[in-house]
Design a binder for this molecule. Structure first.
Ligand code: BES
Ligand code: ZN
Length: 448
C-alpha cells in the first residue's frame, strides 16, 4: 500500500514537469496540454473525486436557472440566489459574510405605438430620461444617423436609426444636433432579443434599442403613416447587489496564505443563466461541501459574487474589501464561470489568465489533470471578461476556468440568450470541472 502510493506521487511529479514544459511561458495565443491518460489519482485527489456529486451540482443548476430564473443584478431573483447560497454555506459550517454594495443606476422603460402595440426594447445606461408620462412623438427615419441623414423635419421627433457604420454615440450626437427628442436604434442583423447598446457615457436624449424586425415594422407602420410612439425611460436608482463570502481558516496556523474560489451568480436580462453562471456557482458550492471538514493549512474563501454581468462589480467590491495584509497573503484565485456547457464543440477547458501566462493555479490544474485523468484538454489562454480580472489586478494569481471550443475559443451559441437553459448543460462536464478544480484547489490548500 505504502509503496504504490509513493509510486503514484513520483509519477505525478514527473508528469507535472512535462506539463510545464508543454506550456512555454512566451506562447502567443494558446498552448494545449495533451489530453490526459487514464490517470492515477493520489489519495488526496480521491478524497475529492469520490465525493463530488454531479447530481447535486446539476440540481442546483436547475434550481438557479429554472426555479429562480434570470438573476439580473439588483433584482429580487439575484437576491434569492444569494440567500440560497448563504443558507447552503451556513449549513456546511463556513463562516459567512454577506457584503451588500450599490450598483450603478439602471435605465428601465417602455416603448409602444399609438395603436397600443408594445415594442420590446432595451434602455442603455447613460440614456437620458423622459418625463414621467413618457415622450409621445412622431418617428423620423434617419438611416444610419449621419449628419446628412437629418433634415429640419427631424426636429422634435424621435429619430429611428439603423445600427451600423457609425458608433452609437455618433448617431445619438447627430440626432441631438438636429433637434430630435429621442433616439431608437434598431439592430442590423437578426437576434433573439433587442440589442444591449453601449453608448459610452451620458447621452443628451432618451435612447432605446430594438430588434431589426421591430425597426422594420416601425418604418412601415409608424413612419409611413405619420403615427406616433410613446417612449418612456427612467433611471432606477439606489439598487444594491450582494456577495456571499464563506471562509474556513486552518487550525493552528497564524497569518495563513489565502486561496479564493469565485463564481458569479447573476445573469444577463432574459437569460436563465444556466451555463452562465449557474454551472460555476453550483460547482463551487459542491467543492465547498466536499471540502468543509478536510484538514487544510491555508485559508480558503469561497466568494460568490453578484453583479458580474454589469461590469465585474461584485468581485471588484470583494477585492476592495481585502486589507493590504490579506492581499499579500493571497496566493491564488480559482474563478469558475461557464464550466458545464453541453455544446458539443466546447471540448476544451480554457484557463484564462489576464497575461496569458501560467501561474500557481494553471500549474495546480495541469498536475491535477495528469493525476486524475481529466479527459478534456486544458488550454492556457489570454483573456479577461470575468471576475479573475479583479484578483489579477490586485496582484493575486488568478485563472478563469471556462469551457470553449479549442482553436477558435468560441463560446456556446446560447451565451447570453434566453436559450441559456439547463437543456444545454452537461452533468458529465460539471463533474469533470468539479473534480479538476476541486483536486487542484485541495492540492494547494491541504494539510500535508
Ligand atoms: N461568463 C462570461 C465570461 C466570459 C469570459 C465571456 C470570457 C466571454 C469571454 C461573463 O459573464 C461575461 O459575459 N462577461 C462579459 C464582460 C463583463 C465585464 C460584463 C463579456 O465578456 O461580455
Ligand atoms: Zn458569466
Amino acid at each position: 500500500m505504502k509503496k504504490s502510493r509513493f509510486a503514484a506521487l513520483t509519477l505525478s511529479a514527473s508528469l507535472l514537469l512535462s506539463g510545464v514544459v508543454m506550456m512555454p511561458a512566451d506562447f502567443g495565443g494558446q498552448a494545449t496540454a495533451e489530453a490526459a491518460k487514464p490517470g492515477n489519482p493520489a489519495a488526496f485527489d480521491q478524497k475529492i473525486i469520490s465525493r463530488i456529486d454531479a447530481e447535486r451540482i446539476y440540481s442546483d443548476v436547475r434550481y438557479l436557472s429554472e426555479t429562480i430564473g434570470p438573476r439580473v443584478a439588483g433584482t429580487a431573483e439575484e437576491r434569492e440566489a444569494a440567500s440560497l447560497i448563504r443558507e447552503r454555506l451556513e449549513s456546511y459550517g463556513y463562516q459567512i459574510e454577506v457584503q451588500e454594495f450599490s450598483i450603478p443606476d439602471k435605465m428601465v422603460g417602455h416603448l409602444a405605438t399609438s395603436n397600443g402595440d408594445e415594442v420590446k426594447a432595451t434602455f442603455p445606461s447613460g440614456s437620458g430620461e423622459t418625463p414621467e408620462e413618457g415622450l409621445t412623438a412622431q418617428l423620423y427615419d434617419a438611416g444610419f444617423g449621419y449628419p446628412d441623414d437629418f433634415t429640419e423635419a427631424a426636429e422634435g421627433k424621435i429619430a429611428l436609426i439603423s445600427r451600423g457604420e457609425l458608433s452609437f454615440r455618433d448617431k445619438i450626437d447627430n440626432a441631438a444636433a438636429a433637434g430630435a427628442a429621442g433616439v431608437i436604434i434598431y439592430d442590423n442583423s437578426e437576434a433573439s432579443g433587442p440589442p444591449n447598446l453601449s453608448i459610452g457615457g451620458d447621452a443628451p436624449l432618451p435612447v432605446a434599442g430594438i430588434k431589426k424586425v421591430s425597426g422594420e415594422a416601425l418604418l412601415e407602420d409608424v413612419v409611413a403613416t405619420g403615427g406616433t410612439v410613446t417612449l418612456k425611460v427612467d433611471a432606477l436608482t439606489g439598487q444594491t447587489s450582494q456577495n456571499i463570502i464563506a471562509t474556513r481558516a486552518p487550525k493552528n496556523v497564524s497569518n495563513p496564505d489565502i486561496v479564493h474560489v469565485s463564481a458569479h451568480f447573476d445573469s444577463v436580462p432574459l437569460a436563465p443563466g444556466a451555463s452562465d453562471n449557474a454551472t460555476g456557482t453550483s460547482t463551487a458550492l459542491e467543492i465547498a461541501r466536499v471540502l468543509k471538514s478536510y484538514p487544510i493549512d491555508k485559508e480558503v474563501r469561497f466568494a460568490f459574487v453578484g453583479a458580474e454581468e454589469i461590469g465585474l462589480v461584485g468581485s471588484a467590491h470583494y477585492v476592495s474589501t481585502l486589507t493590504e495584509d490579506e492581499v499579500s497573503r493571497s496566493i491564488a484565485n480559482f474563478n469558475m464561470d461557464m464550466v458545464g456547457t453541453a455544446w458539443e464543440n466546447a471540448t476544451a477547458i480554457y484557463m484564462n489568465t489576464l497575461d496569458g501566462l501560467p501561474n500557481i493555479v494553471t500549474e495546480a490544474a495541469l498536475s491535477a489533470q495528469e493525476r486524475i485523468g481529466t479527459p478534456s484538454e486544458l488550454v492556457l489562454y489570454k483573456r479577461g471578461s470575468s471576475d479573475h480580472v479583479n484578483f489579477h489586478e490586485a496582484g493575486i494569481p488568478a485563472v478563469n476556468f471556462i469551457r470553449r471550443e479549442p482553436g477558435t475559443a468560441a463560446l456556446e451559441p446560447y451565451y447570453h440568450t434566453p436559450q441559456d437553459t439547463i437543456e444545454f448543460v452537461s452533468q458529465e462536464r460539471l463533474k469533470e470541472a468539479g473534480d479538476l478544480v476541486g483536486s487542484a484547489l485541495y492540492s494547494v490548500i491541504r494539510k500535508n
